[in-house]
Design a protein around this ligand. Sequence first.
Ligand SMILES: Nc1ncnc2c1ncn2[C@@H]1O[C@H](COP(=O)(O)OP(=O)(O)O)[C@@H](O)[C@H]1O
Ligand SMILES: [Mg+2]
Length: 572
Amino acid sequence: MPQPVGTVRSPEGTYEFTFVTSDEKKLKSGEFVYYILDGKKVMCRIVKRKPLRTYPDSFLSSPTIHPSKILKALGINNDTQLFEVKACVMGYYDKKLGFVNPRIPPPPGEPVYLAESDVIQETLMKKRVGEIGSLHVGYLLNRDEDVPVVLDASLITSEHLCILASTGSGKSYLSGVIAEELMKPYNRAAVLVLDPHGEYHTLKEMEGMDEFCSDNYRPRVRVFGKDEVKIRLCELEYSELVGILPNLSDKMEALLKNAYENMPEKFTSQQLIDEIMRMDDSYTSRALVWRIRRYIQGMDVIDDYIHMELKDLLRPGQLSVLQLYEMSDLEQQVLASVLLNRILNARIAAEKGKTGEVLEYPVFIIVEEAHRFASRDARSYDVMRTILAEGRKFGVGVCLISQRPSKIDPDILSQCMTQVVMRIVNPADQENVRSSVESIGRDLLDELPGLTKGQAVVAGVSINAPVLMRVRERLTSHGGVSRDAPGEWMRWTSLMDGAVSVSSGFTGKAGNYSKEKDKKEKDKAEKDEKIETGKEIEKVGKTGKAEKTGKSRGTKKGLKIKQKNARLFWEE
Ligand SMILES: Nc1ncnc2c1ncn2[C@@H]1O[C@H](COP(=O)(O)OP(=O)(O)O)[C@@H](O)[C@H]1O
Ligand SMILES: [Mg+2]
C-alpha cells in the first residue's frame, strides 16, 4: 500500500478541496494525486499550494540573514514545514466513460496519495509508448522519474492539433518530435510539412537511424527545394485559377472562362494570354492579362511545365518537406491554397469512390507560421477553414503552429481539438489563448508565462486530462537552431589576418581576470555572511530583537516575549 502524502483538510465546493502536507518538493502545481472512494482511485490535480506558517515580519526585515537562523538562535525547531495544497477533483477513470466525477469531495481527515507512474499512464494517456497510433512526445514536467506523455495519433489526424507559443519556446522542436513519432514503424504516416524557415530538412537523418526502421519498414523523407515546389498551370482547376487572380470583375471572369475552355489539355500561361487577346482586345482583357502576368507568370510557384504530383508528396511512410523560404507571403499562400484544396478533393474522391486524383489514405499536414495561412486576409483562408471544419470526415489532419495565435481566425483555431501551449509572454496572445483554448483549465493557463523552453501544457481529445509536459529529446537534429551571433563574430574575426592572437589573447586575459575577481568576491561574500549572521544572532540573543537596526529593548524579558511570539507565528 502506498504511503499517503497528505491529509484532507476541507472541501471547497464540489470539485475542489484542500489538504495539508509536509512534502516540500513533490506536490507542485499541476501534479496528480488521488484519494480513495469506495475502492476507486479518484484522481485530482494540484492547482495551488501555500505554506501554512510564515515568519513574523520583523524576522524578514534583514535581507542578509535567513529568518530560519533567527529561529534557530531562539531555540525554535523549524524542521517541518507545512503546506496547504488545493486540488481539483478530476474523477475516477472509467475506460468507456472517461473521468467520472463522484461529486462528493473527500471528507476531512482522508489520506491523499501521490499518483504512481502506472496509475497516471493508465488514466491519463490514451496510448502506451510504442503502441500502434501512439505519439510519445515528452514526459510529465513535475516528475523526476520519466512518466511518458503519449498522445493519440489517430485523434490528432482526425481532429487536428495546434502548437501555440512565443518565438523560441520550442514549437518547431516539438513539431519535429511529433514528425519523428509519426514516421516510427508503429505509425508510418503520410506527412507533409510546409516549412517557411528551412527547419525540417534535418528530419532526413531518420532514414538512416535504427529507431525508425523495422524488418519491413524504413521511412522516406523527401525535401522539396524552391525549384521543385511548383504547380503546373494547366493542372489547376478553373476555380483554383480564379482563386489566384484577385478582384476579377464579372466580365473578366467570363472572358477567362471562355479562354480556359478553349485551351488544349496542356498549355502555358502565354498561350492563355494569347487566347484572351485573340478573343477580345479591350480594357477588360488587358486588365485580365495584367493580372495573369502579375499573379501567374510573376509567381515562381506556378510553372508552365513542372508539376508536383500529390502521390509523390503524400504516401504512407513518407514525410515530405516543402521549403517555402525565398517565397513571398503571397506565393506561399497561393501554394498552400492550391495544394490543400487538391489534397482535400483527392481525399473526398477516394472516400466517395470518385475518379480523378485520389489519395486512398489519411494524411497529416504540418503548417508552420499558421497565422500566415489562416488569418482572414490570407489567400489560403477559405481552404484552411474548410479543411479544419471538414477535414476530420475525410482524414486530412492539420497541425497549426504559430507564435501569433491572435491572428489566426478563432473559428479555425477552435477546430484544433488537441492543443499544445508553450511559453507565452505577450498578454494579448495569452488572453487569446485563454478564450480560444477552453480545455486548458485556468490554473494551467496561469503557468504559461513561467514555462521555459521545451515545456508545455497539453490538452484536448488526444489525452484524457491536461498535463504539464517537458518535450522529449529529438532523435534527429533540430534544423532551427538559434543563431549564436557573438560566436559567429568571433569566428569571423579570427579568420581575419592577425586577428587570431589579438582576440584569443584578449579573451584569455579577460577570462582569467574575471575568474580571479569572481573567486575573491565569492570568498568575501561568504566571509561577510558568516560575520553578519554571527553578529545578528548575538544581537538577537542579547536583546531578543530580530531586527538588525532599530531600538534595543535589551532585556531578558524582551527575549522571552519575542521567543513566544515567534513560536506563535511559526507554529500556528
Ligand atoms: N525541448 C527542447 N530541448 C532542447 N532544446 C530545445 C527544446 N525546444 C527548443 N529547443 C531549442 O530552442 C531553440 C528554439 O526552439 P524552436 O523550436 O526553434 O523555437 P520556436 O519554433 O518556438 O521559435 C532551438 O535552438 C532549439 O534547439
Ligand atoms: Mg519555429
